[in-house]
Design a protein around this ligand. Structure first.
Ligand code: SAH
Length: 223
């Protein structure tokens, strides 16, 4: 059963969404809880009306301000990696709220979600959408997420949907013991990277997962 408030939401046909989920499964996404969320979440609500008809294609789509809503495959993949790697999803930090779509998927699987966005108008739109869907465990913050959200940390899991050249130190220090960070790293060539805080051995374990293409992590904020 979906925990989303879908009253008055014009959904595209069940068939379209099932087809998307089947495609993700073929591409190797296997976590059923993640796939259920993708099937039940109205991605078209996170896009401007002119693009809404493309919401269930497996592609990244523009959301204004030079930013993009990530491709469903990458949203699903990052979420399932986080679930498999982090000690829990009790307290999740997301860097780059954007449209709020990835936030909405995390919110259905996590305890509390803290999401930081540097572009204020994007954050405002995301806030309205997430509220309309009835997701009450989401906390949004207008700030440079390269510094994490120190007042709310430590986090059991951190996910960044924007790519820095190097992993920001503050994100590492805000990881709880056993916590996991999933983040695209690089410039022209980016690698999806998983970092786990292994406290027993007092170290971070880093794994490069697959090549990806994200918008850059930028510093500062815009109104
Ligand atoms: N998760 C989003 C993806 C949006 S693209 C979605 O599902 O729609 C990445 C987002 O990261 C953009 O909105 C961009 O403005 C934001 N971003 C880039 N650098 C940032 C920073 N330093 N702090 C916070 N957000 C940042």
């Amino acid at each position: 059963m979906s925990q989303l408030n879908l009253a008055g939401v014009g959904m595209t046909s069940e068939r379209t969404r099932v087809r998307l989920v089947n495609r993700l499964r073929e591409q190797g996404v296997s976590n059923n809880r993640v796939l259920d969320c993708i099937r039940e979440t109205p991605r078209h609500l996170f896009l401007d009306e002119a693009l809404a008809h493309r919401a269930y294609e497996d592609s990244a789509l523009p959301i204004g301000y030079g930013q993009t809503l990530s491709q469903p495959y990458i949203v699903a993949r990052m979420t399932e990696i986080l679930m498999a790697s982090a000690v829990s999803l009790d307290r999740v930090l997301e860097v780059g709220t954007g449209s709020g779509y990835q936030t909405s998927i995390l919110a259905q699987l996590a305890g509390e979600v803290y999401s930081v966005e540097r572009i204020k108008p994007l954050q405002d739109k995301a806030r309205t959408r997430l509220r309309n869907l009835g997701l009450r465990n989401v906390h949004l913050h207008h700030a440079d997420g390269g510094f994490g959200w120190p007042e709310k940390g430590p986090f059991t899991a951190i996910l960044s949907t924007a790519a820095p050249r190097e992993v920001p130190r503050d994100l590492l220090t805000q990881l709880a013991p056993g916590g996991a960070l999933v983040i695209p790293v690089g410039d022209e060539v980016q690698q999806l990277t998983l970092i786990i805080r292994d406290d027993e051995n007092d170290r971070f374990i880093t794994q490069k997962l697959e090549p990806v293409k994200f918008v850059p992590l930028l510093s500062g904020t815009t109104r």
